[in-house]
Structures are given as structure tokens and as C-alpha cells.
Design a protein around this ligand. Sequence first.
Ligand code: 3PY
Ligand code: MG
Length: 261
Amino acid sequence: MPYLSTISALSNRLGGGSGLLTAWVGMPDPVVAGHLALEDFDVVTLDMQHGANDIALVRQGILNVTLAGKPSLVRIPVNDFATASRVLDFGAAGVIAPMINSKADAEAFLSFMKFPPVGQRSWGPTIAVGLTGQTLDDYLAKGNAMSVAIAMIETREALAALDDILALDGIDAVFVGPSDLSIALSNGSNVKPSRADVLDALDHVRQSAHAHKKAACCFAPTPAMAKDLAKKGYDLMAIGTDFSQLRSGARAQIDIARGRS
Ligand code: 3PY
Ligand code: MG
């Protein structure tokens, strides 16, 4: 059974204030990604930057998520653009690249994400072609549109270069990392994603992205923040991580069992 509509669902649905929710998986077991795909998430993201995932776990995680009927995203380590091409070959619906701080960073990223003439992605999507059930020529024709390139905006330099990054053909979306941005905007004095200056920057990023007809995405440490961002027109939000959800779920159940709520 080919999974073309499953994998292309992300590029088809992202944008116009789509308010999609992604799971965020850092636990080093592909069963976690497959399991969360069965919940009411639109997307499952496998995190290789701060999560404990290596490439073999991500390959299996992408497969588990796809077979569960959801598209998967992968956040690669900083500047590890070769991994972006590899995870697309494995069937990822898109890639989130952290710390894209300049037009040159964004160009380097998208060169690994898109086939010519947009970029220079090398040919070899063996698993993705099988999963999508396409001919090689169909995959070549549709691969660029189907593979969502998402640049993270999380520094002062990135905010200054935002319009140049968004103007690039091939960059489909930007994704705010509000923790790093809060550290940058406070010159390293604190990490507080809900600070007023960070929320102002989030409004600015969304407006700029939509002016360029690109999608605006954000990591929301709490579900309340994700709800607010969706109301403001954000297109995709993470709501914490698998680690934070496991611990908060356990805490809520312990509180009930101990008669504290
Ligand atoms: C940030 O908030 O800086 C992130 O990268 C979210 O994971
Ligand atoms: Mg970050």
C-alpha cells in the first residue's frame, strides 16, 4: 500500500493558519514515535538536535510513523545538512534545520533539501519511492514540493535576516525556537519563552512568513501557548516533548492516586 497521501499531507496542509500539532520525540526508541502517531497529532517530529535519536532510530521512526498514517518531520543537528537529504530518502515529509542565522545558512540547507534546479539534493530516495509508490520520474517531479524545508529562527541574527531567508525559493516555512530566542534577546541572562519580547518576536515572524506566503511554526513548551499561537494564525506547533509529556502525565496520575487532586 503506497503512502503518497500520508507523506504529502504535510506539504498539502501546512499554511494559511493551519494550526497543526506535532509530537516531538527525543526518546531513543522508534516505538515512541509510532505510538504518538496514533494520538491526535497531525505530524510526528523526530529530534536529532537535542533528542537522543541517531540515524538508525530515525529511519525506523519515520517508517513507524508513516505506517501509522502520519507524516514525519526530522530536526537535524546544527549544520548537518547531509542528514537532511538522508531522512528525505527514508520517507520524512520534511526537515527542520536549527540555527539558520543568515541567507547563506538557508541556501546551504535548501541545497540539500531540493533537487535541481532549486537545490542540489543528490538522487537516491530508495525507501521514499517505495513508500510513496511512485515511479522514479514522478518522485523527481513531485519530491521538491512534497519535502518541506523549515528554517529555525532563534537568534538576533536570524531575526535580522528573516526577510532574506523567507524570500528564498525552496524555504517553505520558518520555525521559532523560543527558548534559544529568549536567551539571545536577553543577552544570555535567562531562558523564558513566554517573555513579552519573545511573544512580540513571534508575532513579527508570523506576519513576515505569511507576507511571503510561507508557513509559520513554533515550539510551544505548554499546550496553552500552542493554543494561543494557533489562535494568532500559526501553522504548526509542537506541544512540549515526549519527555515532558511522560513526566506531566505521570505527575497528574500520581496526584490523583495520592488524593492531591
Ligand atoms: C528552542 O526553543 O530554542 C528550540 O529549539 C525548541 O526545541
Ligand atoms: Mg533551539
